[in-house]
Design a protein around this ligand. Sequence first.
Ligand code: UD1
Length: 341
Amino acid sequence: MDKIVVTGGLGFIGSHTVVELQNSGYHVVIIDDLSNSTEKVLEGITSITGKTPIFEKLDLKNKTAVKAFFVKHNDVKGVIHFAASKAVGESIIEPLLYYENNVSTLVYVLSELRKLPAVSFIFSSSCTVYGQADALPITEHAPIKIPESPYGNTKQIGEEIIRDTCKVVPALKAIALRYFNPVGAHKSIEIGELPIGVPQNLVPFITQTGIGLRKELSVFGDDYPTHDGTCIRDYIHVVDLAKAHVIAMARLLQGKNKSNFEIFNLGTGKGTSVLEVVKSFERVSGKELNYKIVGRREGDIVSAYADTNKANNELGWKTTLSLDDAMFSAWKWEQKIRATE
Ligand code: UD1
């Protein structure tokens, strides 16, 4: 079976994707620098799939090491590129770090891939490229907005780098997947999200509050023009998201792509408010969540949810797991990691 390299394969979305790739029979090689993950994730992957992927600890900023890696693995058929820094606030304080981590590394990887006979490439992009879209649900044709942060900009630039490279390297075929809000954990609770420090994202903050690690959740604003005044997002279960990567990779490997660079939204198509996420947590955990309404968070958009028609029709993929499934697994995962601390 084909060899697939997964950069950032020990991270949140990466590890779930490695599981789905292995379950589909692919031979997986993980690259990770362990900057936001641990080697213990390998054990979780192994216990779910019964197979230990090859793991190479490698910093993609090391151009020489990247070159040596792809000389060694010159039989690779596909690369799924997750490795990137993703803290929006940190990216505003440390823009150069983000451009180096997210942009330079992409250039180094593509520079090696263009030397190979044929490679299929999947890029982790984000709905952040749409900013506050003018029309909902958001289709892939929605205009790209001026990025709110260097992090968001690295996703836009990343897509452009790949588009430009695909124009001149016919052996390279690529898909950018624009994720909405990935949440949840594998149902085995062998792998899940491991945020470092105080979580910036809603769901890990909720589960950490539920377990008593945080006093209360601050809900950022209840005066937005939405049905309950809180912001709307499209929360997608990480396992559904991971499966989309396997389908997108197969599309490229089988030559079913319509152009050398394609873009797909990955979301559920359903908008959910912050308070509805809180209610889902309370439903699946049987716990009342301590929360208070505070002022708006700077840079937040009011509402974003995906038009999923292109992914549904072209990829033949759709989500099967609910928000309650995601919150239940996220809660089980939180309980497990705190019990083993
Ligand atoms: C954030 C990033 C986005 C990134 C995405 C990855 C910002 C501005 N955007 O998106 O670039 O691609 O994560 O998942 O950081 N909320 C609270 N209290 C909290 C945390 C969040 O009320 O303690 C609210 C937010 O105001 C928002 C919703 O929950 O309405 C979701 O927030 P979050 O999980 O941070 O995701 P995004 O803001 O959508």
